[in-house]
Design a protein around this ligand. Structure first.
Ligand SMILES: [Fe+2]
Length: 601
């Protein structure tokens, strides 16, 4: 059975194709349109999925949209009526959005794809999140928590998934929290207050939190209330998002936390104001974590299941995920590579396959590489046209050369195979660098990523070596598979891993299994042989404000526009003229000696 899943019209549109119960491919629209977080109907992504699978639209058995537009419309209408007359300004805009593309999704799908209306299905938004989390995880029974800003009505669901003896799949929500009460909206509101873009800047809040103290947590707890049944409710007098499209917070929130930051003002942590922003970020982060730990602990007690699947944008919060693993009682916590709305395209298609059509449970390959494959030969053509050096190496020499260059402090663009689904580079579209010096980190921030200094870079290492450098609880390796948890760097390694250790001594680690990305794994081994430390700095291959590169062409364009020293795609290595020579021997020796001196052998 061939099922196309679609998510669109909010942020991060995507398409995914499932055939015979197993994903064939999936890609975010932004990777193809080159517009970051592209929310448009994902025509390019759909076209690519069909082409990749060799299908015509009429060969599809179903097309599944990731939410129910009528339910969403009902929510907007109901909230507008409840808030009248305060909502009269925002209502026309909300209506326009709903009555535009959002509500008439069926017609849009039918007209673009030429599929009959009877083949077009809808899942609820949080069903798609739950399916994306549970049906891609290597487990046959798990508790499920999904949390985001809002879907139709639900903002957080607690449930369970299981495979019956007859091979059928069940996904059931036990209870839900409804709009306007929302953990995601709480976090997004403070993201906006801190002057960061909502739906993109939430990472920045988490990064900034490490610089602060949760001294305002009691104030945040007045905003996020606990209900007698163990749920949550927001004190709505602090918010405006349910009443206005212009602002998410009210004057009461400004009275409690002070004036919002102007996005153009830099955050200077040496000033009282800068430290206050960091303290508020730390306080919101603390309250979010405490709440999720409470909710998941109760879910563990209720379901008595050892496995937990997390979905929704809130599951991108690696600090919260690590605390859930440590404190909730669950033995394993699974977070898919794309827990946000992009992953809902895959979730919706899998949900339709397993639940709507009741097809038997199938194991889903446990990797994030569902996108377009890089075409390294493109690089050769571009390099030749531009007169840049581009060399082809057999694999062992290529890995030795790249390891030497990394050892010498060079920054490497790494393009390999199929693009990742989700916001994280997990081995196929990465910028790699030595993890040892904070100078490399600062150079990356300044010359390549053009981003704030307080944002940390992540390390990647092998699953075998991870425990040596990072303090992982039981189950930590699983959470680190897709870089979904933040864990302490062992104190004795913090100076040797300065470029990937955050100010609080933590790191958002990826622990790589050889089978998932064999070339990066081999590079880690080669680097480890030279330095004694098989750890690299791994950040997504993009410049701030741009989507992660997809084709070799975009890798090349990014390479030309920023300070990356070396671009590797397949067997090809391209260098800037200035750094075209091999790494100097003295630097290699110095690098090995310093590693040996630190006891890393
Ligand atoms: Fe969502």
């Amino acid at each position: 059975m061939r099922i196309l899943g679609i998510s669109a019209h909010y942020h991060d549109s995507a398409a995914a194709l499932v055939d015979g119960g197993v994903p064939v491919c999936a890609v975010q629209e932004e990777r193809l349109s080159r517009r970051k977080n592209d929310a448009a109907f994902p025509l390019l992504a759909i076209e690519w999925c069909l082409e990749r699978a060799g299908l015509e639209p009429e060969q599809l058995d179903a097309v599944v949209f990731y939410e129910k537009p009528m339910l969403k419309f009902e929510r907007i209408l109901t909230m507008a009526l409840r808030g009248f007359p305060r909502t009269w300004r925002s209502f026309p805009r909300a209506m326009k959005n709903s009555l535009g593309e959002k509500l008439w999704v069926k017609g849009i799908i039918a007209s673009h794809l030429g599929v009959p209306g009877r083949k077009i299905l809808f899942t609820e938004h949080h069903q798609a999140h739950a399916a994306a989390a549970f049906l891609t995880a290597p487990t046959r029974a798990a508790a499920i928590l999904t949390a985001d800003g809002v879907g139709e009505w639900a903002t957080l669901t607690l449930g369970r998934g299981g495979v019956r003896a007859d091979g059928g799949t069940e996904i059931a929500a036990l209870r839900e929290i409804r709009f306007p009460h929302s953990l995601g909206m709480l976090y997004s509101t403070f993201t906006a207050w801190l002057g960061f873009p909502v739906n993109e800047g939430e990472y920045k809040v988490m990064g900034l939190a490490a610089y602060g103290r949760p001294s305002m947590a009691a104030e945040v707890r007045k905003v996020l209330l606990r209900t007698p049944d163990g749920g949550i409710a927001l004190d709505l007098s602090y918010f405006d998002y349910h009443l206005s499209a212009r602002s998410s917070y009210s004057t009461k929130l400004l009275e409690a936390f002070g004036a919002a930051r102007d996005p153009w003002d830099p955050i200077d942590l040496s000033t009282d104001r800068g430290r206050h922003y960091a303290d508020v970020a730390a306080s919101v982060q603390r309250v979010l974590e405490d709440t999720l730990v409470d909710l998941t602990s109760a879910l563990r007690a209720e379901t008595r299941l050892p496995d937990l699947c997390l979905g929704g944008g809130v599951a991108l919060n690696g600090c919260a995920n690590a605390r859930i693993l440590r404190e909730s009682g669950f033995e394993r916590v699974f977070v898919p590579p794309a827990p946000g709305d992009a992953g809902c395209a895959l979730g919706a298609a899998l949900y339709a396959d397993r639940v709507h059509f009741a097809n038997p449970w199938r194991e889903v390959p446990d990797h994030p590489f569902w996108g377009p494959e890089a075409q390294p030969a493109e690089l050769v053509r571009l390099a030749t046209e531009d007169g840049l050096p581009c060399e082809r190496h057999p694999e062992p020499e290529l890995l030795a050369r790249v390891a030497n260059e990394l050892c010498a402090g060079r920054i490497v663009g790494w393009v390999d195979g199929e693009c990742e689904l989700g916001p994280r580079a997990l081995g196929h579209r990465s910028i790699l660098a030595a993890p040892h010096s904070s100078e490399v980190r600062d150079r990356l921030n300044r010359d390549i990523k053009f981003r704030e200094e307080f944002r940390p870079f992540a390390p990647v290492t092998t699953v075998e070596a991870a425990g040596r450098y990072f303090d992982l609880p039981p189950g930590g390796l699983r959470l680190a598979r897709f870089m979904s948890g933040v864990f302490p760097v062992r104190p004795e390694w913090r100076s040797a891993l300065a470029a990937v250790t955050h100010v609080d001594g933590s790191a958002r680690l990826q622990a790589l299994e050889r089978e998932m990305a064999p070339r990066l794994y081999a590079l880690l081994e080669a680097y480890g042989r030279r330095t004694g430390i098989p750890v690299l700095l791994n950040t997504s291959f993009n410049i701030a404000g741009e989507p992660i590169v997809n084709r070799a062409l975009e890798g090349y364009s990014t390479f030309r526009r920023c300070g990356i020293d070396l671009l590797v795609a397949g067997p090809f290595v391209m260098t800037r003229r200035a750094s075209a020579r091999p790494a100097p021997l003295e630097e290699e020796i110095a690098c090995s000696q310093s590693a040996a001196a630190s006891g890393a052998v």
